[in-house]
Design a binder for this molecule. Structure first.
Ligand SMILES: *[C@@H]1O[C@H](CO)[C@@H](O)[C@H](O)[C@H]1NC(C)=O
Length: 510
């Protein structure tokens, strides 16, 4: 090798090492100052511990080749041939919940919410910031593979029906790793626009610490969004047999187009996205009544995000989004006459029987983010003539997080491994079956079901996993077969990461 190219290689190596170091560095102190941090108060919860665990959880959901610094050590490599069925590399990414399918739609939403958590509250995370970035990168590295071929997006690996017919560790799985894709003949605007949102939001996370990666993400986000918008249609029709009822898109793809455009505008500042939002906002449901924010419906997320552009970045043409955001916030204030949200007797926001906690974490995050925007612009929420202050909003969000962590009638933390009492029989294949180190022999598809239906506690503690949670009467049976209440999911944790960073910081724990 010639000296000049050796030197070049060395320079290149040191350059990428610097970037890596920057990405792993702690933020500059004092850049994000909380208005209530002057007098740290005593907290009933260790939010910092919960934050650490909420991020650690993502390592337990990893698919693919695990790195040497993998901390959840009972997990091993899995899905190393994913994509082979379509002659593409789709190794990596996350299992969405307690099964072994890689569903692109909720994985993309998870990524967007993890990124938003870091964008709003990453400056407060201290040493956890690098772990949060790693959790995002594990997803974006995969989403870059899934979108590597222009005009095609690989949106799922695994056959959910066949996967669900087994109770197998991911390391053992032998069900078909069916590869599903969308393209112009089989469009999927919801999954494509959510993927664009994920890539765009993550580009903001890496903008300073890894500009090359960030640019790759944002360029890909732009082309993926263009594809989503040009070839409109729901994947829930073209791929119905595979994606429904698991992650069937019930709310339509309009919400994802609005949400995707909002993230693209935020990531690029390109006025074309702003005019897209202005022209299409109403048609895409900017003022829709629905106040449920989750992997399916992003309308209220888009409202809060666009209200930030108006309140914080002073984009005057988006002034309507302050009203849209206010009407959402008013609809969830507990006990208020203008509110339409249901709460359990113990005080938990209750939207649905199945995986209710995802709405608790997503809504709390939106409330805390909105409180931040209102504070920076010295505004309040206007609910039918009544003013709701940011302070009140923060108290409402804190109450939800505190309930989740144990302040509830069951005296139960719904985060695994946090506090003295937490769910022991979560609906999660890898957590419930003995790990490879303890039981190296393969556990066949159906032989795992005897463990699933048993009363024994899970041998592997999936630390940080937040599960579906109690029913509408605050009851929680801790039954492994009960996926509605006992299954964790990546999109339950993702927005919680941001809220916990905020709470840990405001109580002087970070
Ligand atoms: C939710 O659970 C209750 C029982 O707690 C049941 O009566 C109701 O039908 C369930 N709702 C849905 C939509 O499944």
């Amino acid at each position: 090798m010639a000296l000049s190219s050796t030197l070049g290689l060395l320079l290149l190596l040191s350059y990428s090492t610097t970037l890596l170091l920057l990405c792993n560095a702690n933020p500059i102190p004092g850049r994000h100052r909380s208005p209530i941090n002057r007098h740290p108060r005593s907290a009933s919860h260790n939010y910092r511990d919960a934050l650490t665990k909420s991020i650690l959880f993502f390592e337990g959901q990893r698919s693919g080749k695990l790195p040497p610094n993998q901390r959840v050590s009972w997990r091993r490599d899995s899905g190393l041939s994913d994509g082979a069925a379509a002659h593409v590399d789709l190794v990596g990414g996350y299992y969405d919940a307690g099964d072994n399918v890689k569903f692109g739609f909720p994985m993309a939403f998870t990524t967007t919410m993890l990124s938003w958590s870091v964008i709003e509250f990453g400056g407060l995370m201290k040493g956890e910031l690098q772990n949060a970035r790693q959790a995002i990168r594990w997803a974006t590295d995969y989403l870059l593979k899934a979108t590597a071929h222009p005009g095609t997006i690989y949106v799922q690996v695994g056959d959910a029906t066949k996967d669900h017919a087994c109770w197998e560790r991911p390391e053992d799985m032998d069900t078909p790793r069916t590869v599903l894709k969308i393209d112009q003949n089989t469009p999927g605007s919801e999954v494509a626009a959510e993927t664009a949102a994920a890539l765009a939001s993550a580009s903001l996370v890496f903008r300073r610490c890894d500009p090359t990666y960030s640019k790759l993400l944002v360029r890909r986000a732009m082309s993926v969004f263009a594809f989503a918008d040009k070839h409109r249609g729901p994947y829930s029709i073209g791929l119905k047999k595979f994606v429904c009822p698991y992650y069937c898109d019930y709310s339509g793809f309009q919400d994802e187009l609005l949400w995707g455009a909002a993230w693209l505008y935020k990531a690029t500042k390109n006025p074309l996205y702003l005019s897209y939002i202005q022209v299409n906002g109403q048609i895409l449901g900017a003022a829709e009544f629905d106040n449920t924010f989750g992997w399916d419906n992003k309308h209220v997320g888009a409202r809060i995000l666009l209200s930030k552009a108006f309140l914080v970045q002073k984009v005057k043409s988006l002034h309507d989004y302050k009203g849209h955001a206010d009407s959402f916030i008013c609809s969830i204030i507990p006990g208020a006459s203008y509110s339409s949200a249901q709460y359990t007797p113990g005080g938990l926001l209750f939207k649905m029987n199945d995986s209710n906690m995802q709405y608790v974490t997503s809504t709390s995050f939106l409330i805390l983010s909105y409180a931040k925007y209102l504070t920076s612009s010295r505004q309040v929420v206007n609910c039918g003539g009544t003013a709701i202050t940011p302070k009140r909003l923060r108290a409402i969000a804190k109450r939800q997080v505190d309930y989740l962590l144990g302040d509830n009638p069951m005296k139960m933390s719904y985060m695994v491994g946090y506090g003295p009492r937490y769910p022991r029989r979560i609906h999660h294949r890898g957590s419930s079956l003995p790990c490879i180190a303890a039981h190296p022999a393969k556990i066949q598809c159906s032989s795992g079901f005897s463990v699933m239906s048993s009363q024994s506690p899970n041998p592997n503690i999936l630390v940080g996993a937040v599960i579906g949670g109690p029913d509408k009467n605050d009851k929680f049976p801790d039954q492994r077969s009960d996926y509605e209440q006992s299954e964790p999911a990546t999109y339950i944790n993702a927005p919680l990461v941001g809220s916990l960073a905020y709470l840990a910081h405001s109580f002087g724990q970070l």
